[in-house]
Ligand binder design. Structure first.
Ligand SMILES: C[S@@+](CC[C@H](N)C(=O)[O-])C[C@H]1O[C@@H](n2cnc3c(N)ncnc32)[C@H](O)[C@@H]1O
Length: 272
């Protein structure tokens, strides 16, 4: 049996540094993470692990813990409709709203292992105008070093490319390397990846035409959700768009954005 003090210490630490909330009823979800850390640091059990972390948390110990406590679940074209709407009606909307922009700044704000920003580019090709890579500046960020390292490699397993990626896009944009699939360099190089903590770091002001911030705020409490969304709203250009995950919304959050139906998806538009 793990001591409640141990659960509390680790859940508090993770909450403080990421905003990810492990409530008391979710403490059991930390057990498998403790097991991994116990093996990694060659200690006897969770109590010894606690003693180690209480003494001193090195940057390496911090990164390993944060990586383990994030949920990096993602897949290509997740929920499909937002990607179609982004590429078709979203692009028409941008052309109308920003007639003088020659390129568009798009940010995948919790990109995990990279499927989301790659899907944005492939969606433009599939559902929008013919893809002109020079027209888009795509940034992608995440707090998880492991997830980001994988995103930067652009190498996916057979199982991962089977999740959401149509066969024609797989053939067009990936080449097989043994059992894995490597994304084409021209597409991949279009994305600049960086590590970024949505909760603690600041974002550039009025910078982005579109932000995708999907399936990350569900792990935050209301206070942190408001904090992050307020910074995101400031980072979007007036008239720019925010796409959230299915089941996520701005209900209860007071920022200058309104819901907009775009094709078969919903997003939010920042007041001009
Ligand atoms: C469930 S994945 C969603 C990935 C992708 N947006 C999607 O919808 O498929 C959530 C991602 O949010 C990241 N994350 C969690 N808290 C974060 C924070 N405070 N700052 C930046 N990224 C964070 C996690 O590392 C994880 O990769």
């Amino acid at each position: 049996m793990t001591n409640p003090e141990v659960y509390k210490f680790f859940s508090d630490y993770v909450y403080q540094h990421t905003g990810i909330l492990y409530k008391e009823q979710d403490y059991y979800r930390l057990d498998s993470r403790f097991n991994t850390l116990v093996k990694k640091f060659e200690v006897k059990d969770a109590s010894e692990l606690f003693n180690l972390y209480v003494q001193k948390i090195t940057p390496e110990m911090h990164t390993i813990l944060i990586d383990l406590c994030t949920n990096n679940e993602t897949y290509f074209m997740r929920d499909l409709k937002p990607f179609k709407a982004f590429a078709k009606e979203g692009m028409d909307y941008l052309k109308e709203t920003f007639p003088n922009s020659i390129s568009y700044n798009i940010w995948s704000a919790a990109c995990s292992t990279g499927q989301e920003p790659l899907s944005l580019l492939m969606a433009l090709d599939s559902f929008g105008d013919k893809l002109n890579l020079n027209k888009y500046r795509i940034e992608a960020s995440d707090i998880s070093t492991n997830a980001l390292d994988k995103a930067k490699k652009g190498l996916y397993t057979g199982l991962e490319v089977q999740r959401g990626l149509p066969a024609n896009l797989l053939i067009q944009y990936f080449s097989q390397v043994e059992d894995n699939w490597q994304v084409n360099k021209d597409l991949h190089n279009k994305i600049s990846f960086k590590k970024l903590n949505l909760l603690t770091e600041s974002f550039p002001l009025n910078e982005y035409h579109i932000i995708f911030c999907r399936n990350v705020l569900i792990y935050q409490d209301m206070e942190n959700k408001k904090k992050i969304l307020s910074k995101i709203s400031d980072a979007i250009k007036p008239g720019g768009l925010l796409f959230m995950g299915a089941g996520e919304s701005l209900i209860g959050v007071d920022i200058p954005m309104k819901q907009l139906e775009l094709g078969k998806a919903f997003c939010y538009v920042k007041d001009s």
